[in-house]
Design a protein around this ligand. Structure first.
Ligand code: CMC
Length: 429
């Protein structure tokens, strides 16, 4: 199984660690026996050098700006595929035949409704609750609706779970949106494709006809494809870790949604838009770039930098092109925030600090501008990311739960607290 050995030499002796080669990417040294044999842990806060699992789903080469889903370049999928086909690819590992795709598409379309009781949960939230809080709460509640019928060791149960959650996420997200506006909830329409249905649930009202804009549906589908998976990122690792205890997978997905919300992760798309509004005008760019470089200022250029990409994020380039298309179609190609974003990108790309640290625009730099042009409020942007990433989370959860090597996730630590000491009675402290 091991291709070669990697020798680690330290004060307590040396250890021969088996190492493995993947299809692509760096080799890994297997440290699992290190503690038993050498009484030493590895130390890697943020897991920058740690492979937590074997995975066949997604590959990223951060230096070359490469992103592959099951081996297929994301650029090719963005150009030729649909989100539903990408969901099938991520879940099952291969592109579907026409018959497989039709069956899968039909399965997703016929799982879109949610239990009416679940809808009533929204009444427990104040109208200005952040939609990510509502969506993670309501998705977590799905574990109550589907507990007895969800045996994680049953392959059919797992499959139904995966279809159900992919199908229902847009319905739950739209319900959160309608709740925040005080508008009536709009039911899903199974005659529509995934992205068109999403648009009608968000933007139609019972009082009038709603015409689905094909460019808007195309833009949504593209954004969903580009956000669908990204290997062992923070929220995916959260889903794997929560799921590793054998918990109900709906709860594990709710944990992933909570992790995604943070501004260093999926919350960045909302933060980019708020940052652009704060910068306000091109004349203020230099001031904000200086703030981002100042070590004593917590401000960062949102939408810039990535743990893995040290080159252009391939998704950002595709999204920037879509941004031009959507704004032109809507007659808003002079959108001042888009112009500001283009200018800010140019300034940062030429700035020594950003060049030296290899900080490039990431997927979230332009996505918010598209969502805004389509009519989404900034607080909904990360919810859109969650809808897309659900298939990635589910695919990784499935892979983990069926992996014979999987064990409960349980990291170790370097303890730096007090050594053992005796309790002192409160009167004597
Ligand atoms: N603006 C200014 N400086 C930055 C930025 C930024 N956006 N990103 C990183 N740096 C600096 C950072 O201060 C550090 O400098 P130094 O080496 O002098 O201490 C260096 O670059 C490396 O940064 P890091 O925080 O150690 O890198 P990381 O891999 O831990 O963090 C990141 C990656 C994405 C959290 C970070 O680049 C960031 O906070 N970016 C802004 C938030 C953002 O856009 N997030 C979306 C990520 S893409 C979508 C997703 O995957 O969810």
């Amino acid at each position: 199984m091991s291709d070669k050995n990697y020798t680690l030499t330290g004060e307590s002796g040396s250890a021969d660690l088996p190492s493995y080669s993947g299809t692509l990417g760096p080799d890994v040294a297997d440290v699992r026996k290190l503690y038993a044999q050498q009484n030493i842990f590895t130390f890697d806060p943020g897991f920058a050098s740690t492979a937590s699992c074997r995975s066949e789903i997604t590959f990223i080469d951060g230096d070359e700006g490469v992103l592959l889903y099951r081996g297929y370049p994301v650029e090719q999928l963005a150009k030729n595929s649909s989100f539903i086909e990408v969901c099938y690819l991520l879940l099952y590992g291969e592109l579907p035949t026409k018959a497989e795709l039709d069956k899968f598409d039909n399965n997703i379309r016929t799982h879109t409704m949610i239990n009416e009781t679940m809808l009533r949960l929204f009444n427990g939230f104040h109208h200005d609750a952040h939609p990510m809080a509502m969506v993670s709460g309501v998705v977590g509640s799905m574990s109550a609706f589907y507990h007895e019928t969800m045996d994680i060791h049953n392959a059919r149960h797992r499959e139904i779970f995966s279809h159900r959650i992919i199908a229902k996420l847009p319905t739950i997200a739209a319900a959160a949106y309608k709740h925040s506006l005080g508008q009536p909830f709009v039911y899903p329409r199974n005659d529509l494709d995934y992205s068109s249905n999403l648009l009608q649930m968000f933007f139609s009202v019972p009082a009038e006809e709603y015409e689905i804009d094909s460019v808007a549906a195309e833009a949504i589908d593209l954004l969903l494809i580009l956000h669908a998976d990204h290997e062992q990122n923070c929220s995916t690792s959260t889903v794997r870790l929560a799921g590793s205890s054998g918990t109900n997978p709906y709860s594990a997905i709710a944990a992933g949604i909570a992790a995604l919300w943070g501004p260093a992760h999926g919350g960045a798309n909302e933060a980019v838009l708020r940052m652009l509004e704060q910068i306000g005008s091109a004349k203020n760019i230099d001031e904000y770039v200086a703030k981002a470089k100042d070590k004593d200022d917590p401000f960062r250029l949102m939408g810039f930098g990535h743990r893995v990409y040290k080159n252009f994020d391939p998704r950002a380039t595709i999204i920037r092109d879509m941004c031009h298309k959507v704004l032109a179609k809507l007659g808003r190609d002079d959108d001042p925030l888009f112009e500001l974003a283009l200018e800010l990108e140019q300034v940062a790309l030429k700035d020594e600090y950003f060049v030296e640290k290899k900080l490039y625009p990431n997927v979230d730099f332009y996505s918010g501008i598209i969502y805004r042009a389509l009519g989404f409020q900034p607080s909904m942007f990360t919810v859109m990311f969650a809808i897309a990433r659900t298939v990635g989370w589910v695919s990784h959860w499935q892979e983990m739960i069926t992996d014979p090597e999987h064990r409960i996730g349980r990291p170790r630590q370097l303890y730096v607290g007090p050594a053992a000491r005796d309790y002192i009675d409160v009167a004597k402290r």
